[in-house]
Design a protein around this ligand. Structure first.
Ligand code: GLV
Length: 385
């Protein structure tokens, strides 16, 4: 090989290794390269045709801005208060399961990064670190995502442990009476690697996941999760905890009203990262219906497809009090551990601040519905021409 060719290869491979990350989406390709296929596919996949997965992103790209100009934006305040807790920005961390499959530090790294950014982390029921272990990483405002098991003693114990460990709210997942059909997991015979456990359930004999003929997680859910969960159980949950309950997985006005009637302290508009019911609308499309039905009585949050600061702004303009990010965190974790998660939060923060500046908004309360235009409004104004 000529020395010129060797030099070229060194430069090319060197630059690939040090590829500068300039937006959160770029972590996915690195994670795909680093992770075993079974793990990458588990994090990345949506349900069935993955229509909703694509739509969660595309629906954001159809919303355009109506920026205001000549406003002094030399100071921008992104702080906000969620359920009474002051945080540095309306960007929080969604629950994603089994983070130690992505990186040995798993949920510890995520907890530290969230706390360094002064924002909220939501820990999954199916974490590979327990509520106590995550609490031991240091101070931080944390929510606990809850799956309701058939055995209510298990749920009671877990909720009490989360309370004692200082978690501040329960995000009750309501869209998973059965697991969505994730075909990659079926093909890969997905299961939790044997050196890991669902740490919160370790002492309860529910921490392991057996291998199955299809998805090991789907079988686990079929065996353990309560399909009969109903509004009555939202009330029951309030009888066993004083923590505020966020109902996670609402995408209609009807369920918004029922959530409020049944004591929800807030609503998370979520389609479970497009992993449950395919052809459910993008969360950014469903958001305004939920916000209108909530009538300001409880805060409404959103997860699903947020990859840019402009997405955060669009969600707030449509009435969200904040957003949660899921996949960007696991992909960054896989790529660079805690440093990656810190960087994801910082990049989204910077982009969001820039969006506010370029739209003429100096604080979150200045972001209004008039700062954006949705596809139906665009069609309407075009048809009037
Ligand atoms: C975990 O919550 C999953 O949907 O896989």
């Amino acid at each position: 090989m000529s020395s010129l060719r060797v030099l070229f290869l060194v430069i090319v491979s060197g630059s690939a290794a040090n590829m500068e990350i300039t937006n959160v989406s770029e972590y996915e390709a690195i994670a795909k390269q680093k992770l075993p296929k079974m793990v990458y596919d588990y994090y990345a996949s949506g349900a069935e045709d993955q229509w909703t997965l694509k739509e969660n992103r595309e629906a954001f790209s159809r919303i355009l801005f109506r920026p205001r100009i000549l406003i002094d934006v030399s100071k921008i305040d992104m702080t906000t208060t969620v359920l009474g807790f002051k945080i540095s920005m309306p960007i929080m961390i969604a629950p994603t399961a089994m983070q130690k499959m992505a990186h040995p530090e798993g949920e510890y790294a995520t907890a530290r990064a969230a706390s360094a950014a002064n924002t909220i982390m939501t820990l999954s029921s199916w974490a590979t670190s327990s509520v106590e272990e995550v609490a031991s990483t240091g101070p931080g405002i944390r929510f606990f995502q809850l799956y309701v098991y058939k055995d209510r003693n298990v749920v009671e114990q877990l909720v009490r442990r989360a309370e004692r460990a200082g978690f501040k709210a329960i995000a009750l997942t309501v869209d998973t009476p059965r697991l969505g059909r994730r075909e990659a997991d079926i093909k890969n015979r997905f299961t939790l690697p044997p050196f890991l456990t669902l740490k919160n359930f370790e002492g309860l004999d529910l921490g392991k996941m057996d291998k199955a003929d299809d998805s090991g997680l789907a079988s686990y859910v079929a065996g353990q999760i309560d399909r009969s969960l109903s509004w009555r159980d939202v009330k029951w949950l309030q009888s066993i905890t004083t923590l505020p309950i966020l109902v996670k997985g609402v995408i209609t006005a009807e369920d918004t009203r029922l959530s409020i009637q049944n004591g929800a302290a807030g609503i998370i508009v979520s389609n479970h990262g497009a992993r449950q019911l395919d052809y459910a609308p993008a969360t950014i499309t469903a958001l305004e219906e939920v916000v209108k039905a909530a009538q300001g009585r409880v805060p409404v949050f959103l997860d699903g497809g947020v990859r840019r600061g402009t997405d955060v702004f669009k969600a707030l303009a449509l009435g969200a009090s904040g957003i949660f990010i899921g996949r960007p965190v696991v992909f960054a974790l896989a790529s660079e551990g805690e440093a990656g998660v810190r960087k994801v939060l910082q990049m989204l923060r910077d982009e969001f601040e820039l969006t506010m500046a370029l739209s003429g908004c100096t604080s979150l309360s200045k972001i209004t519905r008039n700062h954006i235009v949705t596809p139906s409004e665009l069609n309407h104004s075009i048809s009037r021409l």
